[in-house]
Design a protein around this ligand. Structure first.
Ligand code: KG4
Ligand code: ZN
Length: 374
């Protein structure tokens, strides 16, 4: 049996429509279109929700028409529709949700809703054309989120840790702005860091105690800001940004890699995945790959096209879940603050804890357990 799902993603500043096919082999992308609004928002230094909404409204019908043209598919070839129902910008989500609901009614096709973060979480499997495999430790690093998840099965997601302030992508964007670099800051910082020394400045790594799986990046951002204020003369060097970018980037990478590896080892997971816009960063990919190899853990990484927001990952979640007999419902309305389902103690958490039997530190385990259900 094969199943074709048309996905729609409009949660932030990318309008995207894609078709994926699930069946006997791994799920694959039949066609994918993404209309990025980066240039539009660049002059404001960040996403302007009203502008994003207007662009989605204009582009979504065009992209839907174009994806059918490009793939040569007709509506009768599509079995189901998938749409991002949250989290994200309320007005942007509404465009996708209303459009998908109207399509579903007109065409009499089932519509299933997907959590945007769930899309990111499983995107490394889609990118590598690998069947989804459980359990795994999944890191999500984007402009709005930094989340470390333990994924036991479909709908069995346990939050190991999250940022208490800025997200990883957000801190790249904010630090870039401190150095007069354009939005989005991640790609600019990565490019500039290539000619810099990552050991030039010792910027802080927060929450560095063992088994603390929370993240905090605002102290790092403030450290860069104070450094620039106290050392105005650094700007006299024509390459003044390179060492700061390299040292800042290294601080973010160290924290992400250390906590992800430590969580996987603690839980006894043999597979790590990473996803979200920040996984476009090749230095992060190299560091994580090295650490995984050392620890004997397999790593799955998305392609750049599947790292940033896209509808393929949304359609793939629906297709895979439907094939596994876990068809997701669609909420009647969007939820800008939608959280990933978090398992309650007694289920996945207990199993995860049992698999961490090498570690005797009961207190740490208890505190990890209580945070996971926050
Ligand atoms: O997942 P995404 O496209 O959108 C959200 O859902 O947030 O992520 C966008 C974020 C931005 O903050 C951007 O600066 C960051 O991903 N990003 C990067 C790189 N490319 C994009 N961060 C670090 N290095 C990169 N190469
Ligand atoms: Zn995203």
């Amino acid at each position: 049996m094969t199943m074709r799902v048309l996905g729609i993603e409009t949660s932030c500043d990318e309008t995207s429509v894609a078709v994926v096919e699930a069946g006997d082999g791994p799920t694959r992308i039949v066609g994918s279109l993404v209309s990025s609004q980066i240039e539009l928002h660049q002059e404001f230094g960040g996403v302007v929700p009203e502008l994003a909404t207007r662009e989605h409204l204009r582009n979504l019908p065009l992209l839907t028409y174009a994806i059918l043209q490009e793939t040569g598919l007709r509506w009768q070839d599509i079995d189901a529709l998938a749409v991002t129902q949250g989290p994200g910008l309320a007005s942007s989500l509404l465009i996708g949700h209303s459009f998908a609901s109207a399509l579903s009614l007109t065409l009499s096709k089932p519509l299933w809703g997907v959590n945007h973060l769930e899309g990111h979480l499983f995107s490394p499997f889609l990118a590598n054309e690998r069947p989804v495999q459980f359990p795994f430790t999944g890191l999500i690093v984007s402009g709005g989120h930094t989340l470390l998840m333990r994924v036991g099965d479909w709908n069995t997601y346990w939050k190991i840790g999250a940022t208490v302030d800025d997200a990883a992508g957000e801190v790249f964007d904010k630090v870039a702005r401190l150095m007069d670099m354009p939005y989005p800051g991640g790609p600019e910082i990565e490019r500039t860091a290539r000619s810099g020394n990552p050991q030039a400045y010792d910027f802080p790594r927060s929450f560095s105690e063992r088994h603390n799986y929370q993240f905090s990046f605002s102290g790092l951002k403030t450290a860069v800001r104070y450094f620039l204020e106290k050392n105005p003369n650094v700007r006299e060097d024509p390459d003044w940004q390179a060492d700061i970018c390299a040292s800042f980037q290294q601080a973010v990478i160290d924290v992400l890699v250390r906590k992800t590896i430590s969580a996987a080892q603690y839980l006894g997971d043999r597979l790590i995945t990473a996803s979200g816009g920040v996984t476009c960063n090749q230095a992060l990919k190299r560091s994580m790959a090295e650490a995984c190899e050392k620890a004997g853990i397999e790593l799955l990484w998305p392609t750049p096209a599947l790292s940033t927001d896209n509808a393929s990952m949304i359609a793939a979640v629906v297709a895979e879940k439907a094939m596994a007999g876990k068809a997701p419902e669609c909420l009647p309305d969007v939820d800008p603050n939608l959280v990933l389902a978090i398992t309650q103690p007694g289920g996945e958490i207990e199993r995860g804890m049992r698999s961490a039997k090498k570690l005797k530190d009961r207190q740490t385990r208890e505190s990890l357990k209580s945070r996971a259900v926050l």
